[in-house]
Design a binder for this molecule. Structure first.
Ligand SMILES: [Zn+2]
Length: 199
């Protein structure tokens, strides 16, 4: 899908040690900000933030400096920040548009394959749960236990790029069937394992 990217604002600046370029755009009803700053390698960033419902900028995607730093030059008096950095912002905004306009998918354990975003989200789930180098082996016993306690796994890919993994809801819950657009109707009760009858 080709998304319409509408530019709302553009700024650029140049100093003796760095130059930067910022563009605010609208994509599919979302306000996004691409920011590229080229200075010393470890002070160079290329990111896109999305304005969330609380009017706070939330990071959506970034491009590692190693992907573009070497093909840009060190700042000097005749540097044109827009000419050098706007193509990098373009690339990032097109990636952001792909994310924001992808049809949301409700995946379950029976859905074959994982989208790249879900794979990235699983990586982030490990990282936030265990650490940036997290590793966890799940035994068959753990899998069997999880299948018989709580709800089925649901994976919701939201329009803002976030992903929800949950075992909290029954399949027919409005939160699940609307891919997160509606609230849970509070009828998703699962027996707590400690209260489940033995045998
Ligand atoms: Zn629910």
């Amino acid at each position: 899908m080709t998304a319409v990217i509408t530019t709302r604002d553009e700024t650029a600046s140049l100093t003796a040690t760095a130059y930067h370029y910022t563009r605010i755009v609208e994509i599919a009803g979302h306000t996004l900000r691409a920011h590229v700053e080229r200075g010393r390698f470890d002070h160079s960033i290329a990111v896109v933030d999305v304005l969330n419902d609380h009017l706070t900028w939330t990071p959506l995607i970034a491009d590692a400096a190693s992907n573009w730093w070497y093909s840009t030059h060190a700042p000097h008096a005749t540097t044109d920040p827009v000419a050098v950095l706007s193509p990098i912002a373009d690339r990032l905004l097109h990636r952001a548009a792909d994310i924001l306009t992808a049809p949301p998918a409700t995946l379950t354990t029976s859905t074959p394959g994982l989208s790249p975003r879900v794979r990235d989200a699983v990586s982030a789930l490990l990282a936030v749960t265990y650490s940036y180098d997290g590793e966890r082996r799940i035994d068959p016993d753990d899998i069997a236990w999880a299948q018989t306690h709580g709800g089925a796994l649901h994976i919701l890919e939201h329009h803002d790029g976030s992903v929800t993994f949950t075992k909290q809801h029954r399949d027919a819950c409005p939160f699940i069937t609307s891919t997160g657009a509606q609230e849970c109707d509070a009828e998703c009760d699962f027996v707590h394992p400690a209260n489940a009858k033995l045998g």
